[in-house]
Design a protein around this ligand. Structure first.
Ligand SMILES: Cc1cc2nc3c(=O)[nH]c(=O)nc-3n(C[C@H](O)[C@H](O)[C@H](O)COP(=O)(O)O)c2cc1C
Length: 171
């Protein structure tokens, strides 16, 4: 899939086929995240990759909107040092957002669906992921082959109109 098609085909996929993701494909997705840009190139992230079913089910309990994590083929926990997040909270959020987009687009390119999840219960996330108390899990990104339909460019995305969003020269 070329980049333009991947951008148009990505959508949150929350129901997954019972099919594992090959290790090489998973590593490619993670490599895309590793290559994403960050403020001053500080690369604040750690990616904790979970594929064990029982652990995925536990992880899905960290937020009421994370149920899809339980049935994902793999979920990547985006982890930062608490010290980094406290010193530069906006950078941390922005940079994790960029890494998320890279992870998701690389997955889309491979026909693999993905979905965000926030983290509500930090201490539970730390326990399930084995994080030291110095580190926090800010988001989860779940991956799996779509159970419904393959990823194809969306003709009518659920988005505000182009002219409402885009301002040329002046607001
Ligand atoms: C920062 C952030 C947090 C999100 N958290 C959740 C979540 O906890 N659970 C969930 O199902 N989707 C979550 N989403 C997905 C959004 O709801 C989704 O991207 C949005 O509705 C647009 O849909 P689309 O990605 O399919 O285009 C999150 C997205 C972002 C960017």
């Amino acid at each position: 899939m070329d980049t333009w098609d991947a951008i148009r085909a990505r959508r949150n996929v929350r129901q997954y086929a019972d099919r594992p993701i090959d290790r090489a494909d998973l590593e490619r997705i993670l490599e895309a995240g590793r290559r994403s840009p960050s403020s001053r190139n500080w690369q604040p992230w750690h990616f904790v990759v979970v594929t064990d079913r029982a652990q995925l089910e536990e992880l899905s309990g960290v937020w009421r909107g994370a149920g899809h994590v339980a049935s994902s083929a793999a979920t990547v926990a985006l982890v930062v040092a608490g010290k980094d997040q406290d010193e530069h909270p906006e950078w941390a959020q922005y940079d994790l957002g960029q890494a998320t987009a890279y992870l998701m687009l690389a997955a889309t390119d491979l026909g693999i669906g993905s979905a965000h999840a926030a983290v509500g219960d930090q201490s539970e996330a730390q326990r399930v992921l084995g994080l030291p108390g110095t580190h926090r899990c800010l988001y989860l990104v779940a991956f799996g082959y779509p159970a419904d339909r393959p990823l194809q460019p969306l003709q009518r995305p659920d988005r505000r109109p182009f002219d409402d969003v885009v301002h040329w020269g002046r607001f």
